[in-house]
Write a protein that binds this ligand. Structure first.
Ligand SMILES: Cc1cc2nc3c(=O)[nH]c(=O)nc-3n(C[C@H](O)[C@H](O)[C@H](O)COP(=O)(O)OP(=O)(O)OC[C@H]3O[C@@H](n4cnc5c(N)ncnc54)[C@H](O)[C@@H]3O)c2cc1C
Length: 236
């Protein structure tokens, strides 16, 4: 599908965590995409000499849903996030879509392991809720989400309701009340022993570039083939 410009209207705005919000919009004409792809939002007049800027955001909702949902981390003084944060129901938005090749591909008999930092979980939500995934599920699923504090955990309910999917938040600066894993997603994976099905699993990595590079190194050390590692880097 060739990317095209779409006029859209904001339908809802929701604060998901103290630093992440969800904005939902509908395009004025059908906006086809595959789960895992992203939109390029046009930020009017925010570039040099008043030119438009563009920022990429993974679609967090499945292709079958009526609205397109984005899950956005607020970046202080960031033009893209500040613009999206300012939009409320009824406002208009322009976006180019669809983009990207980071999509769910069913491989019969294989497991899937999603690994995200923060809003890097957005494309995995789209994939896990998509008809394609639900009709062609992996043998087993794992979803690892790295956040600093437990109040930043995203979409626990979504992932908790996917059959055969284990949702594992890794919290690096947890409060003393946190009962789950303490540390980064990299620490969690490093601590898994030989009983983890490394060679029977497709790994999908999304978010911070540093995390992705560290995990790729670890996976290659465990014998995972390069073609079983899929990645989407949000920022370095
Ligand atoms: C393919 C792709 C998909 C993306 N999808 C999403 C998404 O679904 N949700 C989302 O929040 N962002 C996503 N991003 C990042 C997004 O495009 C912007 O970079 C981000 O929103 C910051 O833009 P800005 O204009 O507000 O700030 P800028 O001034 O452009 O960025 C400032 C700095 O913020 C940091 N930063 C950027 N993104 C993040 C982030 N997600 N979490 C923490 N720090 C960050 C980086 O250090 C960056 O240099 C995606 C990026 C790519 C390449």
């Amino acid at each position: 599908m060739k990317p095209t410009e779409f006029q859209c209207q904001i339908k809802s705005f929701k604060q998901l965590t103290p630093t992440v919000f969800e904005t939902a919009f509908e395009a004025h004409q059908p906006l086809p995409f595959n789960a895992g792809q992203f939109v390029s939002v046009i930020i009017p007049g925010a570039g040099p000499s008043g030119r438009d800027l563009r920022r990429a955001y993974s679609i967090a909702s499945p292709p079958e849903a009526q609205s397109i949902e984005l899950c956005v981390k607020v970046v202080e003084d960031g033009p893209g996030t500040q613009y999206l944060y300012s939009l409320r129901p009824g406002d208009q938005l322009r976006a180019m879509a669809p983009y990207g090749t980071f999509v769910y591909e069913h491989k019969p008999g294989r497991n899937i392991c999603f690994v995200a930092t923060g809003t890097g979980i957005a494309p995995f939500r789209s994939m896990a809720l998509s008809q394609n995934f639900q009709q062609n599920p992996p043998a087993r699923g794992f979803c690892l989400l790295g956040v600093r504090t437990e109040d930043e955990i995203l979409y626990a309910e979504t992932f908790g309701s996917i059959p055969n999917m284990e949702f594992i938040p890794a919290v690096s600066r947890a409060t003393e009340n946190w009962k789950g894993f303490r540390g980064r997603v990299t620490d969690y994976l490093r601590g898994l022993d030989g009983s983890f099905p490394w060679l029977e699993t497709e790994f999908y990595l999304c978010g911070h570039g540093g995390m992705i590079n560290e995990i790729k190194t670890l996976l290659l050390e465990r014998g995972v083939q390069k073609h079983s590692i899929h990645q989407e880097i949000y920022y370095k």
